[in-house]
Design a protein around this ligand. Sequence first.
Ligand SMILES: *[C@@H]1O[C@H](CO)[C@@H](O)[C@H](O)[C@H]1NC(C)=O
Ligand SMILES: *[C@@H]1O[C@H](CO)[C@@H](O)[C@H](O)[C@H]1NC(C)=O
Ligand SMILES: *[C@@H]1O[C@H](CO)[C@@H](O)[C@H](O)[C@H]1NC(C)=O
Ligand SMILES: *[C@@H]1O[C@H](CO)[C@@H](O)[C@H](O)[C@H]1NC(C)=O
Ligand SMILES: *[C@@H]1O[C@H](CO)[C@@H](O)[C@H](O)[C@H]1NC(C)=O
Length: 407
Amino acid sequence: MCFSAVFVILGILFCALCRCLECPFGCECFAVIRTVKCVSKDLLTAPENIPGYARTVIITGNNIHQIGPSSFTEPENITNIILSNNRLTEMASHTFSSLVNLRFLDLSGNQLALIHPEALSIPGSPLQELNLSQSLYNFTALTDLTTALRWGGLAGLLRLDLSGNKLALLPPGMFSHLPNLQQLFLTNNSLVAVYSGTFSGMNHLEVLDLTHNTFSTFRTDALLELDKLGDIRILLGNNPYTCSCEINEFVAWLNKSRAKVDVDAVRCASPGALTDARLRGLSIQDIGCVVPVLAEVADLTLQTSYVFLGLVLGLVGMVFLFVLYLNRKGMKKWINEMRDACRDVLEGYHYRYEIDSDPRLGHISADSRRAQRQSGISLSQQLPSDTSVAPTKTQVRQLTISPPVNL
Ligand SMILES: *[C@@H]1O[C@H](CO)[C@@H](O)[C@H](O)[C@H]1NC(C)=O
Ligand SMILES: *[C@@H]1O[C@H](CO)[C@@H](O)[C@H](O)[C@H]1NC(C)=O
Ligand SMILES: *[C@@H]1O[C@H](CO)[C@@H](O)[C@H](O)[C@H]1NC(C)=O
Ligand SMILES: *[C@@H]1O[C@H](CO)[C@@H](O)[C@H](O)[C@H]1NC(C)=O
Ligand SMILES: *[C@@H]1O[C@H](CO)[C@@H](O)[C@H](O)[C@H]1NC(C)=O
């Protein structure tokens, strides 16, 4: 009896010891539910020798700054790892490579500053859910993460949480290597705009959460990008929308969008008169588009009238030219007559002037008939030589009259 009691006690102690040895230092192990918990034990490194039966490993509230491939080695049965709030700053290459059945990875509440491009690579792409909520230290970490998402072979990822990371902008095509992603959480960041290409390559998205950011509106390219996602659920509430005329397009989009939008939470933050008003259903008058629209119309009218004036002037000019063309014979005749008349008048003056001013004419000797003849010839030679027209009556008269004057 005594012996058997001692054996039982020893047996129990031995089992307890085994149990203790089986479970890593600072952790609690629950074989039945296949779970290992290492919570708030100020661990400085990831626990070693996690029992082989473990499926879920919860390591939170510790001081583990760095994790790498040596952190998780043998236990290929692990499907869930929660590593939240461990002050993680660095994630090395192939950290989770040996966890070929890992489906759920929670890295939320850390300060990741250094993420190796292949930190998330696991053979066979088993990862389905990745929680990086409040886990990125700064913008450099986001760049690192973008590379890691590209190189990680995360074709199986269905759910990604990037909330609370103070993200101000998303690199274009950041999610293009996550072709099967169904749910993307970007809530509680500082995003101000969506650009063309921001969500490219996501053909299976079902939920996009953009609530609690700093969007004041969505412009044309952003709305086109959202349209490309199809009739999915898009959460846009709790953003500081500015309900001025510029938001016109967004309101029109909300009015008719195929996407399932949380329209009740999409409300104006300013101006004062519209604070908390639902955006959907606002009219262009409500958002103050009326005056600019009238100005535009006025501007258009002015432009139209200028064009009209130009056309009328052009038409008048053409009619004028046409009339000239039709009258070309009459015009020619008229021009010739005018020219002749002018020439007559001018020649009259010219003639008289020459007679009055030529000093030689005053000294013509009466007895030199030869000289007279020469003088007459010289006078006739002073007529314009290029005139093809026959001398007019006046010219002839002047010519015939001139010799007696010379005498
Ligand atoms: C993983 O689980 C299977 C069955 O669930 C078990 O047979 C195997 O021994 C486990 N692996 C380890 C390393 O314990
Ligand atoms: C990610 O982790 C945070 C903090 O632990 C939690 O609030 C959030 O719900 C998780 N995200 C998802 C998609 O489960
Ligand atoms: C982010 O933090 C890391 C580590 O402290 C630093 O080297 C890097 O310059 C920071 N990047 C930015 C954009 O502040
Ligand atoms: C939003 O994110 C900030 C850090 O960026 C965090 O301190 C805050 O608790 C988050 N808020 C919510 C409601 O998750
Ligand atoms: C949105 O729809 C409402 C009617 O539901 C309409 O009065 C309003 O003009 C529309 N707004 C825009 C910007 O199209």
